[in-house]
Write a protein that binds this ligand. Structure first.
Ligand SMILES: NC(=O)c1ccc[n+]([C@@H]2O[C@H](COP(=O)([O-])OP(=O)(O)OC[C@H]3O[C@@H](n4cnc5c(N)ncnc54)[C@H](O)[C@@H]3O)[C@@H](O)[C@H]2O)c1
Length: 323
């Protein structure tokens, strides 16, 4: 039995489904945070259920220590994969306290509950955003990460520090995974590729921030899932460890828009807007450590990933449950 937090979300539903496919029993916890449409999360949870019967999903807040502990006491998971969070850079600027509560308090509750329940390991989502506007590229886990530039990024860095302290006190093996902009089927609707596919497909204009030179190390969701599972398997040998999970293939925003246009088969109507506060100029993962220690090897070409996401979006919006 493995506890997956955020199991009704984009990444949580993929990780839970992959683990079910490998024969694990999964208990999920998710509060269906209203950040985006609940129907998308219900559809994500339904996709997990379709992947295997050994899946229970509790609708509860990870900050609710009583609910978390009674779930752990009843289900006795061997380990935790913690993916629940308030995600997203720009909305965190309007709600720093909400982000701190869900991410920092929620992670603290889970770490201590996992120790209390005797879990053998804890794997959690961090983010490439902790690198801020790091000038050294590609971003290595050894680079300084003391200047995050959004409340969201600061909460993720705080979670890494809290996890380190918790590991140093308890020796429960703990991994922090710095995901680099993940895309693919079920991608969060606020993320750029998802929003651009939706709007270009509908013939609506898109907002493009900055001059198009902003770049992201877009990473396909199946590659991220493989990295999460490898970290879960291997973290015990490392104690506390931070790993980058990216693609080592930064794509400029204007190139991404052109690739989405090709995928959707329509030209975009572009509204140029200034760079947004909190957005970093570029991300680029150094994968030396995760390749060597996790056998991580992202393999999905960017445009192939876009085609899969677009196919999923078309099928999902055609299904009666999503209309
Ligand atoms: N998607 C990316 O590109 C990306 C990049 C870097 C890091 N991450 C991190 O990966 C994790 C998953 O991200 P995602 O894109 O799947 O986001 P998501 O919003 O789709 O999934 C997160 C899930 O957590 C749940 N949640 C939020 N607050 C909660 C709370 N207090 N209690 C219980 N559940 C709660 C939400 O309802 C949601 O279903 C997050 O920790 C995010 O910060 C994602």
């Amino acid at each position: 039995m493995i506890l997956v937090t955020g199991a009704a979300g984009f990444l949580g539903s993929h990780v839970a489904g992959a683990l079910l496919g490998r024969g694990h029993s999964i208990v999920g916890i998710d509060n269906f945070d209203p950040f985006y449409d609940r129907r998308l999360k219900d559809a994500n949870a339904a996709a997990v259920r379709a992947a295997g019967a050994e899946f229970e999903l509790l609708e509860a807040d990870i900050c609710d220590e009583g609910a978390v502990r009674s779930l752990l006491q009843r289900t006795r998971p061997e380990g935790v994969i913690h993916l629940a969070a308030k995600a997203g850079v720009r909305p965190s600027i309007a709600d720093p306290a909400g982000y701190a509560r869900a991410n920092v308090l929620g992670t603290s509750v889970l770490l201590e509950a996992a120790r209390w329940a005797g879990c053998s390991r804890f794997v959690m989502a961090s983010s490439s955003s902790v690198y801020g506007n790091n000038r050294r590229t590609p971003f290595s886990e050894d680079h300084a990460v003391e200047h995050p530039i959004s409340p969201y990024a600061a909460t993720k860095r705080a979670c890494e520090l809290i996890a380190f302290t918790h590991w140093s006190l308890t020796k429960m093996p703990t991994a922090c995974l710095r995901f680099f902009t993940v895309f693919g089927p079920r991608q969060r609707p606020d993320l750029a590729i998802s929003a651009f596919m939706r709007r270009i497909g509908a013939g609506e204009p898109i907002d493009v921030f900055g001059d198009g030179s902003m770049a992201r190390d877009f990473t396909y969701v199946d590659d991220i899932v493989a990295g999460v599972l490898a970290a879960y398997e291997r973290v015990a040998a490392h104690g506390y460890r931070v790993w980058n999970l990216g693609s080592d293939r930064p794509v400029r925003l204007d190139e991404m828009v052109a690739a989405v246009e090709r995928t959707v088969g329509r030209d975009a109507v572009v509204n140029r807007k200034p760079m947004q506060p909190g957005d970093v100029e570029r991300t680029w993962a150094d994968l030396t450590r995760s390749r060597a220690e996790l056998g991580y090897s992202p393999s999905t070409p960017f445009e192939e990933g876009l085609r899969r996401q677009w196919r999923w979006y078309q099928e999902a919006t055609a299904a009666p449950s999503r209309t």
